[in-house]
Design a protein around this ligand. Sequence first.
Ligand code: F6P
Length: 366
Amino acid sequence: KKRIAVMTSGGDSPGMNGSVRAVVRMAIDRGCEAYCVYEGYEGLVQGGDLIRQAQWEDVRGWLSEGGTLIGTARCKAFTERPGRLKAAKNMIDNGINALVICGGDGSLTGADTFRGEWPSLLEELVKNGDISTEQQKTFQYLNIVGLVGSIDNDFADTDATIGCYSSLGRICEAVDYIDATAFSHQRAFVVEVMGRHCGWLALMAGVSTGADFILIPESPPDRDWEDQMCDIISRHRKLGKRKTIVIVAEGAHDLDLNRISPTKVKDLLSTRLRLDTRITTLGHVQRGGNACAYDRQLSTLQGVEAVNAVLEATPETPSKFIAIIENKIVRNPLIEAVKSTQEVAEAIKAKDFKRALDLRGPEFAE
Ligand code: F6P
């Protein structure tokens, strides 16, 4: 019987539990045995109780739950070969020959490295007397499939990552709350949102809440941004708007571009426009909490497809991840997507913003 393991890795995101549930149940439905690896790559390296078989009923009620119920960790040991050697031994000890990983670009890159190294890891294990040549033959291929779980929606070649719409919903809800108090006092609020190098959450939250101004890493305003922002906001005020919302993506001020920061925006609004201004950093409320309907659906459909991909893969098939493109669940090459994702971050770092926007795609260009 094929043994398929599932794990979550990197920052948690709403919908990860839905994907674990789908992989476990689809694996069982297709006549395989399902395993969960707890605490991300840490579990793979440590083995023991952190790798356990999962039954159909073990994942009951998981679809809506936020975070990841099998845990996650940022694991240093797996970034080094001795850690990956231990991980390979633990997988073979448990009879696991396929792995579905739900995580961000770092986690999925790690998975592909592991797969590339697999034959040499097995050779080393045989040499050390940790596994037999018989086992080496049985487990000669490692099958890996990625699911992209992240609130940032920063991964190339897919329209949405598992968790981004739950997070966007949470941000919009928070801005609605802020709106009410801002309106009452005629105040301005600078709201900082997550997203790492990616401005998707800030951009879409701005569109969805009718914010006055947004600042994102892919498109920093030109040198006159301070004048532009103040002109727009004072025009809005003159039109009768009682509240002001400026959304700043965390990645925009990390770059230290034109000294953008929530404090800088606040100072401008209060000194130039004489607006009573507060800063709200939303923080991890954006990441926790139940998965929205879209993420429940996406994680389920993609989890099912991950198991199909595992069962249909041949040793020659390059590592794949499950994407959604124009509402269709598809399998895309993992490494190309990881490369394109990293290219955007590099373009931003190099201040090549035209390229960053082009790479992000049409949502950003418009
Ligand atoms: O990648 C998800 C994310 O929430 C980013 O938006 C944020 O920059 C980062 O993780 C925060 O990481 P941590 O929870 O480790 O502080």
